[in-house]
Design a protein around this ligand. Structure first.
Ligand code: H2P
Length: 840
């Protein structure tokens, strides 16, 4: 072998011995290293984006080191693992969060300042991974944060969409969509693991045969196969060494190049298969509550579920060399029905691939899975046409029929002759050509536990949507009220407020949110109230600056910031909020001297691209904004701002600055809500209906610190049963008539009286979500809000009490409940060890 060159002793301090250290010196060195060797730039060439990448990579290095130790510990301890299967993970930006969870935010900020760089500005360069629509995907992200913080061994499994949720632009008041090219500048956070790639089959047919032991077996001969390549992102816990992973699958062709086609001279045809395969992980469906029954969506679901289950089995066999105890060592959570095909897939893997008999396989399957339901809207229950299903997944259809046959035989024994009940419980709906596979039924039959996401929601599941399953197996049902992580939603998102809180009560609240109760003792302290107000004011100024910069609207920071941010949907009733704005507008027009509390109405949210009515509501908000904001007589009184492209990063700023939180869904429609929790945690007061988790928020903060409005769920049901007629409310309410007439005459649409017709017609002649029934109650409650806001001191007191009493809504509380009552898993502390060169 050739001689190595001699290394001269430079006499420098050898920081490279501490490449992933936490001292200022090692952090600086790490960032410079990553700038040089990761980005190929020095400080002369580097752009802010390069610096962002260098910081992100430096944090990733630190997390990967802890990740390896975490994985080793989990194996050594034979730990049971939670597998969280979700078609969506709405993570928000990673880098700021990892700095926080590693506990080095301030240190890195200081190190960068010494070189004239501003950390907060650099962190803004990160393109947010928007791999989710709204609450469901964001909940999964909060849960990963809490799982790691509570030191629970866990893996999040999902899809590495090349395009996440679309970017929203507002053109002439309308929503326009642009593709979200989040990966185009690279992703500093992921590590790909091609050696763990997994093959997934599609289409074809099945064949039966008798194996050498004389057993009846089935073989699935697919039409084509696709590879899933895993991409891992480290998920750090706060203040612990545990680093779990989020493993997302990218689809790749298993047959890059069709040689036959190529040899026949068809060069483009030779790569066609590649394009087909890669389409599977191409784009997130921008809709989480209307099932369109699209083939690609089912392909996506099966693709990531099959990859994930094969991965779970690979890990398990590697460790135990048997699958007999799979259910003792794995808890698999189905985040909605999107991954529920996993029940049939695990059966297939156990029976066909690992030759287990049906009874044992079914026992293991039923004891692995648990299912979370997220919605009461009937149109959101996934049902796939049997034709499509059988074409794409012929073996799974057979397995589902077999599960159904065995299940319904049990049901028949219990309810002899009750054919209607049997039809309702069946996994298959309908007859003949219209037959459908009911995914919620599959999820219920194949899971050990079924949970709703707020107390009211779980109750309604039991009484209504899943009633038959509840009667059959009440012990399966359990409530798990949602929660949000205090790390992102207070510590990171609202540094001013979290500093004040820590100053007063110490930092235990960060991992034990009930500690916030200690703030109650300051609620009557004038000095504390003053500081509390100043912080909200400063946050409002930041948001106002953002709104001016991005949306070119000047807002008055002395006005009440009245905020509704969430997906656009009729049941969430952004339109009711607009009716209130126009009511105030009319009052001022009627009486210019009317003493109206100055308000800034802030909206944000995306509409599913095919949801016309939701898009028309956006257009209406912007049209009202155009009229209101341009009217000099309203200056300093009313402003309306629709913030385009609402996403996680923007929402952090909004929650910190909000004063009034709009949670006004029709009672019985919002499963839980989680935005409602983030607002209150940041000291906003809620105006809301008794829906979802609002009910529990009100219980916690006290009825006197919550603005309640609208019908209750029983009242809604009753009204519907006796025949709801919006005209009855309309004809007797002159303020409401005035509002509707103003829209109808084209006042907000340059005289065009047709533009908003579809909205008005749906209100006047149908009003599915009962806006008219709740209008007066909402307006009266808003009037009470205005009076309350004028009593500054008392408002501040209520605001403090809201924050102080939000302990229950930490995702740490929710996850500890899941761990104890659903997954039966325990924390596994991870020790931090330095490497030595001997570890090579
Ligand atoms: C959904 C429900 C919410 C719920 C959330 C998480 C689907 O999200 O509607 O009520 O809080 O799941 O469980 P979204 O917020 O996007 O509507």
């Amino acid at each position: 072998a050739p001689q190595d060159t001699q290394v001269p002793d430079s006499g420098l301090v050898r920081v490279e011995d501490d490449r992933t250290g936490m001292s200022e010196q090692s952090l600086k060195r790490a960032i410079v290293d990553n700038l040089h060797y990761g980005q190929g730039k020095d400080n002369y060439f580097a752009t802010p984006y390069d610096y962002y990448m260098a910081i992100a990579r430096s944090m990733r290095d630190r997390l990967i080191k802890r990740r390896i130790q975490t994985a080793r510990t989990h194996i050594q301890e034979d730990s049971k693992v939670v597998y969280y299967l979700s078609a969506e993970f709405l993570m928000g930006r990673y880098t700021g969060n990892s700095l926080i969870n590693l506990g080095i935010y301030e240190r890195v900020r200081k190190v960068l300042r010494e070189s004239g760089l501003e950390l907060d500005d650099l962190l803004e360069k990160e393109h947010e991974p928007g791999l989710g629509n709204g609450g469901l995907g964001r909940l999964a992200a909060c849960y990963l944060d809490s799982l790691a913080t509570l030191e629970i061994p866990a893996v999040g499994y999902g899809i590495r969409y090349e395009f996440g949720i679309f970017e929203q632009e507002i053109r002439n008041g309308w929503q326009a969509e642009r593709p979200d090219k989040w990966l185009s500048f690279g992703n500093a956070w992921e590590v790909s693991l091609p050696e763990y790639r997994t093959e997934v089959k599609f289409g074809g047919h099945t064949e039966s045969y008798t194996d050498t032991k004389g057993r009846y077996q089935t073989n699935w001969i697919p039409e084509h196969t696709v590879f899933g390549i895993p991409y891992d992102t480290p998920i750090p816990g706060y203040g612990v060494n545990t680093v779990n992973i989020l493993r997302l699958w990218k689809a790749e062709s298993s047959n890059e190049f069709d040689l036959d086609a190529f040899n026949a001279g068809d060069y483009l045809g030779a790569v066609a298969n590649k394009m087909f395969s890669e389409n599977i992980s191409k784009v997130l469906y921008p809709n989480d509550d209307t099932v369109q029954g699209k083939e690609l969506r089912l392909e996506q679901q099966y693709f990531f579920v099959s990859c994930s289950l094969q991965d779970i089995i690979r890990r398990h066999i590697y460790h135990y060399n048997s699958l007999d105890n799979l259910h003792e060592k794995s808890a698999i959570q189905l985040n909605d029905t999107h991954p529920s095909i996993g029940i049939a897939e695990l059966m297939r893997l156990l029976i066909d691939v690992h030759q287990m008999d049906w009874e044992q396989a079914w026992h293991i399957t039923q004891n692995c899975f648990a299912y979370t339901n997220h919605t009461l809207l009937p149109e959101a229950l996934e049902r796939w046409s049997v034709n499509l299903f059988g074409r794409l997944l012929p073996r799974h259809l057979e397995i589902i029929y077999e599960i159904n046959f065995r299940f319904l035989s049990e049901v028949r024994k219990r309810y002899p002759g009750d054919n209607e009940r049997i039809a309702r419980l069946s996994l298959i709906e309908g007859e003949g050509a219209d037959k459908k596979v009911r995914m919620a039924n599959l999820a219920c039959v194949g899971s050990r536990k079924i949970n709703g996401v707020a107390a009211l929601h779980t109750k309604l599941l039991q009484q209504d949507v899943l009633r038959d399953f509840y009667e059959l197996a009440p012990e399966k049902f359990i409530n798990k009220t949602n929660g949000v992580t205090p790390r992102r939603w207070l510590l990171l998102g609202n540094p001013r407020l979290s500093n004040l809180i820590t100053e007063k009560i110490g930092e235990a609240w960060i991992t034990n949110l009930d500690e916030l109760r200690k703030l109650e003792q300051f609620a009557d302290d004038p000095q504390f109230r003053q500081t509390w107000r100043e912080i909200k004011q400063a946050n409002k100024q930041d948001l106002a600056a953002y709104i001016e910069r991005k949306n070119h609207i000047q807002v008055d920071t002395n006005s009440l910031f009245d905020v509704q941010v969430k997906r656009l949907h009729e049941y969430k009733r952004q339109l009711l909020n607009v009716l209130h704005i126009i009511t105030l507008y009319n009052r001022i027009k009627r009486n210019p001297n009317e003493d109206i509390l100055p308000r800034t109405f802030i909206f944000g949210g995306k509409a599913a691209p095919g949801y016309f009515i939701a898009k028309l509501i956006i257009k209406l908000i912007n049209s009202v904004a155009a009229v209101v904001n341009d009217d000099p007589s309203l200056e300093g009184r009313l402003k309306v701002a629709f913030l385009s492209n609402y996403n996680v990063s923007m929402s952090q700023q909004i929650y910190a600055a909000a004063e009034l939180s709009e949670q006004i869904s029709t009672a019985g429609k919002e499963a839980s809500g989680t935005g409602n929790m983030k607002f209150a945690l940041n000291g906003a007061l809620t105006i809301g209906t008794l829906d979802g988790a609002n009910v529990e928020i009100r219980e916690e903060v006290g009825a006197e610190n919550f603005f309640l409005c609208g019908l209750t769920t029983p009242e809604v049901y009753e009204l519907k049963a006796k025949g709801y007629n919006p005209q009855e409310y309309y004809q007797s309410n002159s303020e409401l008539q005035e509002v509707i007439r103003l829209i109808a005459c084209g006042h907000f649409s340059d005289g065009d009286s047709q533009l908003f017709r579809p909205l008005l017609d749906s209100l006047l002649y149908n009003d599915k979500y009962m806006l008219f029934a709740d209008y007066q109650s909402y307006i009266d409650t808003q009037d009470r809000v205005s009076q309350a806001y004028r009593q500054e001191d008392n408002w501040t007191r209520m605001s403090i009490l809201n924050t102080a009493r939000m302990g229950k809504f930490s995702s740490d509380r929710a996850i500890s409940e899941y761990c104890k009552e659903i997954w039966h898993v325990e924390p596994v502390p991870v020790e931090f060890k330095e490497y030595s060169p001997e570890d090579m």
